[in-house]
Design a protein around this ligand. Structure first.
Ligand SMILES: [Zn+2]
Length: 228
């Protein structure tokens, strides 16, 4: 069920900017109402296009053709104005600060339907379906290691590297992480962001063998799909 819940926190997308990214977040507050209140409060200066509640309800806050304010200082594949290029979706979840927990299947299924609809209407490649932590690895953890990116990829939303297919290990990890799109100013933070997304059982920030192989497998996948 879609519920109109307009937020004033948006502006115009710069002329000629394509929508080619999908950015996922968690709300990180104790209750859904608290999150919605914040996302429509003019003083907060934050918003998203959609909020997906744990019960599967979808709140529509900002029209898709407007720039919602969800990414903050961020970077992906050379872009710093991620808000201009993206649709932002917030998932109800108290987050690491207030009792982080699994994302229920009602919520995941609603998110998949919404995401597939967006992917059908915009040119958003699999590698441009990202979490807030991917685009701001030094500041953000959301949607976090309990978010099931593999399930999403199996439903056609985002990429998932085949396990143990990467040739690795490689030496130039920073280069390959930046080829994927990450900023690498703090390599440990970037490795953690990568692991939160693709290796959620081992968020060490270390460039261990499994991490190298996984990075390699994802590079192979990006190459094979021809998406760029
Ligand atoms: Zn976020």
């Amino acid at each position: 069920m879609n519920i109109d819940y307009p937020s004033p926190n948006f502006d115009e997308r710069p002329a000629g900017t394509d929508i080619d990214m999908l950015v996922l977040h968690y709300t990180g507050l104790k209750t859904l109402q608290e999150a919605l209140d914040r996302l429509i409060d003019p003083a907060s200066k934050v918003s998203a296009h959609y909020v997906v509640a744990e019960n599967g309800e979808i709140f529509c806050l900002v029209p898709e053709d407007k720039r919602a304010w969800h990414a903050g200082v961020s970077y992906w594949r050379g872009l710093t104005d991620v808000n201009a290029h993206s649709i932002g979706i917030e998932l109800e979840n108290p987050g690491h600060e207030f009792g982080y927990h699994d994302f229920p299947s009602l919520q995941m299924n609603a998110l998949i339907d919404l995401s597939r609809d967006l992917l059908s209407r915009y040119e958003i490649t699999g590698r441009n379906v990202v979490g807030h932590s991917d685009i701001a690895p030094r500041r953000k953890k959301d949607p976090g290691e309990l978010f099931d990116w593999k399930f999403m990829a199996n439903k056609g939303v985002g990429l998932w590297p085949a396990e143990n297919t990467g040739k690795g290990p490689w030496d130039d990890l920073e280069i390959w992480l930046s080829v994927l799109g990450y900023e690498t100013n703090n390599i440990t933070a970037t490795l953690r962001a990568f692991q939160r997304h693709y290796l959620p059982s081992s968020i060490s920030g270390q460039a261990d063998k499994i991490t190298r192989r996984s990075i390699n497998a994802l590079i192979d996948l990006v190459g094979e799909t021809g998406s760029n």
